[in-house]
Design a protein. Sequence first.
Length: 874
Amino acid sequence: MVATDKYNPHEIEPKWQKYWQEKGLLRAKEVEGKKKAYVLVMFPYPSGDLHMGHLKNYTMGDALARFRTQQGYSVLHPFGWDAFGLPAENAALKYGVSPADWTFGNIQQSKESLALMGIQYDWSREVTTCLPEYYKWNQWIFLKMYERGLVYRKKSLVNWDPVEQSVLANEQVIDGRGWRSGALVEKRELEQWYLKITEYAERLLNDLDKLPRWPEKVKAMQRAWIGKSVGAEFEFPVKGHDLKVRVFSTRPDTIFGATFMVLAPEHELVERITTPEQRAQVAAYVAAARMKSEVERQREDREKTGVFTGAYAINPANGKEIPIWVADYVLAGYGTGAIMAVPGQDERDWEFAEKFGLEIVRTVEPPPGWEGKAYTGDGPAINAGFLNGLYVEEAKKKIIAWMEEKGIGQAKVNYRLRDWLISRQRYWGTPIPMIHCDKCGVVPVPYEDLPVLLPTLKDVEEIRPKGKSPLAAHPEFYECTCPQCKGPARRDTDTMDTFFDSSWYFLRYTDPHNTEQPFSPEKANFWMPVDQYIGGIEHAILHLLYARFFTKFLHDLGMVEAEEPFEGLFTQGMVMGWTNVGEVELREGRVYFKDDARRSKLEDSQGIPLEEAQKGGAELRQEEGKTYFWKPAVMSKSLGNGVMVGPFVREQGADIARITILFAAPPENEMVWTEEGVQGAWRYLNRVYRLVAENRLELKAQGALKVATLEGPHKALYQKLHQTIRKVTEDLEDLRFNTAIAALMEFLNALSDYRRREGVTPVFREAVLRYIQMLAPFAPHLAEELWHEFHEDSVFNHPWPVTDPDALVADTFELVVQVNGRLRGRAQVAVGASEEEIKAIARQIPNVAQYLSGKEVVREIYVPGKLLNIVVRD
Ligand code: ANZ
Ligand code: ZN
């Protein structure tokens, strides 16, 4: 079968890809009683031709899925397409093709790239979210949520992205800008659909503790996003009105120090309590605040602004009259939108009080010598009536009990998490299954009428965003009959945020063709939870939080036992390609850009020292007598620096690409795609190939291995084999692909050395066969090819090698250590220890260390397996 002695991926790879397809390798089967492994990579937008940056997590997932197959698990390794959403719409507008055509064209192209890389999925379970057979169940879940009071409609100030011409969820606004468009987000008052994710806040927070195989970083981000605060909500009467200002505070114990109050500019009481003299000033301030983003308003370094309403509140703790102000550092959407300001213990309030000359009273005694402003730490209460002397926690309890007794407030927990705004005024998404009737109000579409089909809009102009949903221009879509009164009614014309689609697709994979339900509980319970989820860190908050929410909801419906969707989560690092920054000149160790724009800037700063540039990963490359400055940058379409899968694989081969990706760096780190990396992968696979090809006749002629009688170098090879099996297995369990491959490379050296000295023997054959099995997750084509030299069936059908515990007991010998020829110590050391290791061990023997201290070592004589003599000068 190995026809030539030259490694030729182009002969090998298509053959085995076809073989795997035909054999249905990685066809997922529910086998009762068999252990299962659900390996999942985040499904992508169909973006057409793929580059190596796209393929890193798929390659990782593929290696893991193959490893689990070899270990004898029932494996589910599915793939699909997050096919609704703006990229398709934007492309449609740009190129004049329909979003559907663009999407399916891209899916086809991407599939080809995946196939070329030998990445195996169970394609019979492919999920494509823009198909009615999928989004019907989005609508079904929406209606179930509506039934349970988790869907509601609300008019409120929402984030409006002026470029996307659509609203955004709070989570989709980053530093005041749209997460995709980068445009400054505006506020608009609109009626929108919300999902009550806040009802799940506590469970979403607590259950993070049940996820030991998630990165701490991601859990911390989710905790911060949920933002639980424990405190109290209570009220202050407004002087001269029959009104109360309710506030939320995490420090109700500081109420005696509340010397003023602050309302958010949007607070409904602002208009009602503002005195005539203050009216103009307050109105102007409120109008200005509306223009600012939340992030801007909360920036700590911003100078505080505000206006006095002219009104006063009564502090219920001490009966003092305190002024009520309006200021934009208080947000309308958090707590009650109003605060009691306690400058003595709160830094923002202190700053505000200082600026506007308001009273400051400390009610917690700062430590002796305190010279700071607000004191936010613990200490005994002072100036605080019946709380005096109590420390913070005690004081909180007492004041809350007092508030409850007086009926003015109670303990309260608040979350930063907001309900999820899910309606979008765009075309390419799931129609919201609701009907508006003049008589009956909002009426859900009956289940039997699902799906509400998204109409095919032929004319691209029709999908151009105009501030309201494109579907609102299509009476043939929205005109309908009210399911309740049978009168004429109107469909909702908004579509769902596409994060809805990706919040449960992993459940659909478990039962993708079900026409009665989104999935059957039985199938879902066999596969769920996902054992290993692999994807980008950019999804740390949104997608993962929503997916956790949906899983809990579906659990509550009795659809799935798991309460958490992803048991293990891995966030892979980016793949970097190279970008030519521009032509440079190198003078006296400094780099000068030739390009005018850069030169004017850099010539003042006298260029960049070459060393500094190289530390940043840059390289100077010569081309036709000119020098260019190249540096690594994340592979992307826009930079045009992606190494494209098709051309690369056709030229070099899939296994080479896979080893290059997996070996370059720890998978959580960035990896830079380099020519050296590719060359290294090629050389390595070539050596593996030759080791088998050049010895194949002798290998086949070997008899059975008798482990008990192994000695000397044969035993050493056997031990090294089992050390390698242990290392590769453990590394694969933890997705440390790079160190697993490093161990295989090291073992290849041992195998070659052995072959040179001892020839082909039964233990050599054993080691080669196990080697091929261990190579299989990483370079599956080559492994399958070599395996078929010795076996009829697939390498993936053979059980993963297990370690022989006896082989892992390392042999040791007694090392004698002399100083100037006299015995000074002994130590037990491993047979295979290197001379460097031996020298280090010797120096750690206390007696030896004593004889060496303060002396100069002039020579060391090592007799392998016996003795180290250290010669010193006084
Ligand atoms: C009085 C007080 C005294 C406060 C003190 C803090 C320290 P977290 O932890 O973020 O929940 N606050 C309440 N609602 C607000 C709003 N809508 N906009 C801006 N700030 C608001 O913080 C809760 C604290 O933030 C509350 O407790 C309130 O100030 C403020 F020594 O009340 B505190
Ligand atoms: Zn009706």
